[in-house]
Design a protein around this ligand. Structure first.
Ligand SMILES: C[S@@+](CC[C@H](N)C(=O)[O-])C[C@H]1O[C@@H](n2cnc3c(N)ncnc32)[C@H](O)[C@@H]1O
Length: 271
């Protein structure tokens, strides 16, 4: 029985890290005319209501997007990736120049950024999350969603017909062996399709569980530029989660450098 609901965490610093990486990768894929296929194995609900009682129980968004939303809107000198992020957020229903009420999740962001000829496939196992997701993505004709395990979706769809694209894997890590399970699913998919971009988000907990995900990926012995990890640390903000990690197999050229400058800009907005 699944109990995790992302609404309690939506818009926190880990979401910002993950979603800015997602935008950076999709924006890069959009640079070539050739259509691509993008998967989101753990889609969540697509759009998150920050005025809900769940979001306000934890108030994680308050130390995340809420803290720099007004300066993000007012900034006329944003790097391109942050401009895209801002455009997506400011056009959502309920958001105004001064107040953010709705935060976009990975599935909504992806559906918004891909082009008409590209394809998006999203998955969520949770009945309630899936029904929100359906509503959030209803107007996107090239987005297909299914209420089933994203790991099964990955197995069924990779390699995709388009032979271009990749996947975001953003599990809830409710059970401790999900780190190993996730690594196994990625390695299987990678062996079938070594050209895809594989983005895997992981929490950095005080217990260090994430090494169970990273060690098997490192054992693939990829060239240094074909497996990168990027970690943002935020001690003391979210109980025993002390940071947010993103591992990427086949990261787009120069994406690490781009994200470094995006990170710097975010830090300035947070000051
Ligand atoms: C961390 S949340 C996803 C957040 C989302 N990616 C975003 O950025 O908005 C994880 C989601 O995975 C769902 N889930 C858990 N196990 C799953 C599985 N095996 N396949 C698909 N979805 C799953 C949960 O219901 C939850 O909505």
């Amino acid at each position: 029985m699944l109990s995790y609901q992302h609404i309690y965490h939506a818009g926190n610093m880990a979401d910002i890290h993950k979603h800015l990486w997602l935008i950076t990768v999709l924006d890069y894929l959009n640079k070539k005319d050739k259509p691509y296929c993008w998967l989101d194995t753990h889609s969540g609900r697509g759009l998150y209501d920050l005025s809900s009682k769940e979001a306000n129980k934890t108030e994680e968004y308050k130390s995340g997007i809420d803290r720099f939303y007004s300066s993000l809107i007012a900034d006329n000198d944003l790097p391109h990736q942050l401009q895209l992020y801002r455009q997506i957020i400011e056009n959502l229903q309920g958001n105004s120049e001064h107040k953010i009420n709705t935060y976009p999740g990975s599935a909504y962001i992806s559906a918004k950024i891909i082009r008409n000829a590209d394809r998006f496939y999203g998955f969520d196992l949770h009945k309630q999350e899936f029904s929100h997701l359906k509503e959030a993505l209803a107007s996107f004709k090239n987005a297909k969603i299914e209420q089933k395990s994203g790991y099964d979706g990955l197995k069924a769809l990779f390699p995709p017909q388009q032979r271009r694209g990749g996947v975001l894997i953003d599990p809830s890590y409710e059970i401790k062996d999900e780190y190993e399970q996730c690594a196994k699913a990625i390695i299987k998919a990678y062996k079938k399709w070594p050209q895809g971009v594989y983005m895997i988000w992981y929490p950095i907990m005080t217990q260090g569980y994430h090494s169970n995900l990273l060690e098997p990926l490192k054992a693939l012995n990829l060239e240094a530029e074909d497996l990168l990890t990027d970690e943002w640390h935020f001690d003391g903000l979210y109980h025993n989660m002390i940071g947010s990690g993103m591992a990427i197999i086949n990261p787009p050229y120069s994406s690490e450098k781009t994200m470094k400058s995006v990170r710097k800009h975010v830090s300035n907005l947070l000051k």
